[in-house]
Write a protein that binds this ligand. Structure first.
Ligand code: 5GP
Ligand code: MG
Ligand code: MG
Length: 178
């Protein structure tokens, strides 16, 4: 069923059950991969808030969770090369295993910026987990990107945390622009 958000129409792309299953599978994998240390999960607000919440409930190993806030799209439907750094990460990550949790990697500029910034703080390791990836939009290779929920076409999506003009974040499924 099509939905309207502000001036645009969207149609279903990934339903809630499919997201739930995939998030569970990623959680199991993280429990295995990070069992040797107490990792710091770094959620990138706003878009990843539902993904982080659902993913973290699947984590059964000791871990910390903290947040940073970056913005790139500012209400439009295409990636801006300029990144707005709204809220810095407070927790000390020196010597820690860090997992960045993102909603979507599009051009890769935002996550590349964050990896660069956090690397300067001396973590033991940095890896990235993103719910979505647009492989054909990626402008630089991101070796740290180890966990991806779904690869999608180069199309604009909303729902499950992702917005269009700050709306649609509450949807439990992911929709693409018609
Ligand atoms: P990048 O820097 O990789 O081009 O874009 C990263 C950020 O842009 C994401 O964290 C997300 O906030 C936003 N973004 C990229 N693609 C989409 C999309 O299809 N829909 C929405 N709502 N945001 C997107
Ligand atoms: Mg994001
Ligand atoms: Mg946005």
């Amino acid at each position: 069923m099509k939905i309207k958000i502000a001036d645009l129409e969207f149609e279903p792309l990934i339903n809630a059950e499919t997201i739930e299953e995939r998030v569970k599978a990623i959680g199991l994998q993280l429990n295995e991969d990070f069992k040797q240390s107490v990792p710091v999960f770094v959620g990138v607000l706003n878009g990843s808030f539902l993904f982080i919440a659902d993913l973290i409930k699947q984590i059964s190993i000791p871990c910390e969770i903290s947040f940073t806030k970056l913005a790139s799209y500012y209400g439009g439907t295409t990636s801006k090369l300029k990144i707005r750094d709204d809220i810095d990460l407070i927790v000390d990550i020196k010597g820690r295993d860090v997992l960045i949790i993102e909603d979507i990697v599009d051009t890769g500029n935002t996550v590349h910026y964050l990896i660069d910034k956090l690397k300067q703080r001396g973590p033991a390791s940095i890896k990235v987990c993103s719910l979505l990836l647009k492989p054909t939009a990626l402008q630089k290779k991101i070796d740290e990107l180890k966990y991806v929920g779904f690869e999608i076409e180069n199309e604009f999506v909303v729902g499950y945390g992702l917005d269009y003009k700050e709306m649609g974040r509450n949807l439990d499924a992911i929709y693409k622009k018609v």
